[in-house]
Ligand binder design. Structure first.
Ligand SMILES: Nc1ncnc2c1ncn2[C@@H]1O[C@H](COP(=O)(O)OP(=O)(O)OP(=O)(O)O)[C@@H](O)[C@H]1O
Ligand SMILES: [Mg+2]
Length: 262
């Protein structure tokens, strides 16, 4: 079993966001967003394109500085919790021509753990990376350059890096984008296992039809926080029509999901 997340006090929330406003130039991408995510939850972040989902993830990570508001991760400012937070970026934002192998990307998850005086990764670091690659079923391709992988394989390599880090909080930006059904299932299994080992996962997700099935809670965003609750509470026709402005595809997906459930 891959190292359980180091368990901190269960009463401390995984993520606390208070009155968060984040702008690029003059236009706020997030406006006065506040919420709390308890530990051990698998949370989906939904909302249309440009609604601020990636901005929220990057702000929680400390990559973007808010105009106003605060973010706390595991009870402290994110700068102090860096080792405990792992990130799987949205796929289009990564330089896939960078000459690095699958195993090397996964080992990047261990960098924060390798002391500066050592010669490099320990036997334990290597075992952890092997386990992480096993979990995402990428062991066979461990020596492949990342530029020579399919989209779904690339996504799984970044999941392996996040798992190898042993972080308690995982932030994933659209891990299911552009993957086939089998890879989607494999990634979901990895997310569920990570949750079972005590981790908290926040996952940007596009598909409303699967949102209820995959997540314990949903956070509906469009510049402002429109809702945070169980999928039943959040996936409401009126709310979605307001946020998605009658987007037909979103509705037909939701409709079919409701029909499947009923
Ligand atoms: N680097 C940037 N500079 C200027 N504006 C940006 C930048 N990044 C994002 N934005 C703008 O901020 C808003 C929110 O963008 P963000 O990437 O957070 O949305 P998103 O919900 O992740 O969208 P998508 O579903 O397309 O990934 C958008 O209007 C976008 O155009
Ligand atoms: Mg995005």
């Amino acid at each position: 079993m891959i190292h359980n997340a180091q368990q901190s006090d269960p009463a401390v929330p995984a993520i606390e966001v208070e009155n968060l406003t984040v702008s690029y130039g003059a236009v706020p991408a997030l406006l006065d967003v506040s919420f709390t995510i308890a530990k051990g939850q698998l949370v989906g972040v939904i909302g249309p394109n440009g609604s601020g989902k990636s901005t929220l993830i990057k702000t929680i990570l400390g990559f973007l500085k808010p105009d106003v508001g605060t973010v706390r991760v595991l009870g402290t400012p994110v700068e102090k919790a860096r080792k405990s937070v792992a990130y799987v970026p949205q796929r289009g934002t990564v330089d896939w021509d960078f000459p690095i192998t699958v195993a090397e990307v996964a080992m990047m998850g261990r960098y924060g753990h390798i002391p500066w005086w050592s010669w490099g990764p320990s036997k334990e670091d290597k075992e952890i990376v092997d386990e992480a690659l096993e979990m995402v079923r990428m062991q066979d391709l461990r020596h492949r350059q990342i530029g020579q992988l399919s989209g779904g394989q690339q996504q799984r390599v970044f999941m392996a890096r996040a798992l190898a880090q042993g972080a308690e909080v995982l932030l994933l930006d659209e891990p299911f984008a552009g993957v086939d059904a089998a890879t989607e299932r494999a990634i979901l299994d990895v997310l569920e296992n990570a949750k079972l080992s005590g981790r908290t996962l926040v996952v940007v997700h596009h598909d409303l039809a699967t949102a209820a099935e995959y997540f314990d809670a949903l956070l509906l965003l469009k510049q402002r926080l429109f809702a945070l609750g169980t999928p039943d509470q959040v996936l409401h026709a009126e709310l979605l029509s307001e946020v998605y402005e009658g987007n037909v595809r979103a509705f037909s997906q939701l409709q079919s999901s409701i029909e499947r459930k009923g």
